[in-house]
Design a protein around this ligand. Structure first.
Ligand SMILES: O[C@H]1[C@H](O)[C@@H](O)[C@H](O)[C@@H](O)[C@H]1O
Ligand SMILES: [Fe+2]
Ligand SMILES: [Fe+2]
Length: 314
């Protein structure tokens, strides 16, 4: 499946003279090459199965009310101090010991309230995105596995891992410690965030410097940062771009709108190219047509064996 969707040109905000036209070959990650064109012929669906365009946060549907209420709570409660505490708590990795596949199976129990396009159990989303990207990039096995694991951090919603409320696990992410960019969905709810009253966080860069690198930015806490931490601390051999995708795939203000781009360093800018590739499959593979879990399991287990230890600390 190839998803052909034009991405907004982030470089127009990052770097005025360099246009991203998808025609040049990009060499990243010490040898991984982003192919110049999409390899096969799948067209991205225009609408999700509710009949709305993807990521339409203003459609008049029942589901939208849940989604908007989700963002109200997320924008009020995610503060700089909250994220700092969460990072410390979850860095302990003392919640569980299990394999990647066991975690995939746990996601059978998880439904994401922030997502206007999908209300299926999350294991289907993992397999749908991984299978879609596998068809178009058959040789990039690390990318298939990255897709499989990218949302595993949603286990934070389960009792053994907190449980944390939805607003602390899912939804788009954004930096704390600087002004909230208007490209964040339902931006108006940030008015009620206590950080909005802190003058140190009120300017475009707040406490950060241009080019400081995303790894030095406090990003709202959730499944991205948690899964990044789990993968890294358990010694995964996935390439850097895979870890970057896991860590920043919900950072739509940056990868879709180019906001906060001045905070990136050179390595972030390189990895972002792969995140753009990945994002199409994450978003447009969402479907009511289920992947047969048992059929694809052996393939993904072989990848897990290649890139992860058998048991991980969570
Ligand atoms: O609702 C979705 C969902 O929670 C995804 O897993 C996340 O990555 C997206 O950014 C978010 O908008
Ligand atoms: Fe996600
Ligand atoms: Fe996802």
């Amino acid at each position: 499946m190839t998803v052909i969707v034009s991405q907004p040109t982030l470089e127009s905000r990052v770097d005025d003279h360099k246009q991203r036209d998808g025609c040049e070959e990009l060499v990243l990650d010490g040898g991984f090459v982003v192919p110049a064109t999409n390899p096969s012929g799948f067209e991205a669906p225009q609408n999700n199965f509710y009949g709305n365009s993807f990521r339409d946060y203003y459609a008049q549907t029942e589901r939208q009310k849940t989604v908007e209420e989700f963002y109200r709570q997320q924008h009020i409660n995610q503060t700089y101090d909250f994220v700092k505490n969460m990072r410390e708590e979850y860095a302990k990795l003392d919640k569980a010991v299990m394999s990647i596949w066991e975690c995939c199976e746990l996601l059978n129990k998880v439904v994401d309230e922030s997502d206007p396009d999908l209300d299926e159990p999350q294991i289907q989303h993992l397999l749908q995105s991984a299978e879609a990207i596998r068809k178009d990039y058959p040789d990039e096995d690390w990318l298939h596995l990255t897709a499989l694991i990218h949302d595993l951090g949603k286990v934070l919603l389960l009792p053994e891992f907190g449980p944390l409320p939805q607003w602390a696990v899912v939804g788009d992410t954004f930096p704390l410690g600087c002004a909230f960019d208007e490209s964040n969905v339902h931006h108006k709810y940030f008015k009620e965030n206590p950080d909005s009253k802190n003058p140190a966080y009120a300017t475009k860069n707040g406490i950060y410097q241009d080019g400081c690198g995303l790894e030095n930015v406090m990003i709202s806490w959730g499944h991205d940062d948690y899964m990044y931490l789990v993968a890294k601390e358990n010694g995964t051999t996935l390439p850097y771009a895979g870890l970057f995708i896991v860590r920043f795939h919900s950072f739509y203000p940056l990868h879709k709108h180019g906001a906060y781009a001045q905070l990136m360093n050179e390595q972030d800018k390189e990895s972002l190219k792969w995140l753009h590739v990945f994002n199409k499959y994450d978003l447009y593979s969402k479907s009511k047509v289920h992947v047969d879990v048992e059929e694809v399991k052996p393939y993904y287990q072989s990848l897990i064996k290649k890139y992860f230890p058998e048991k991980l600390r969570w």
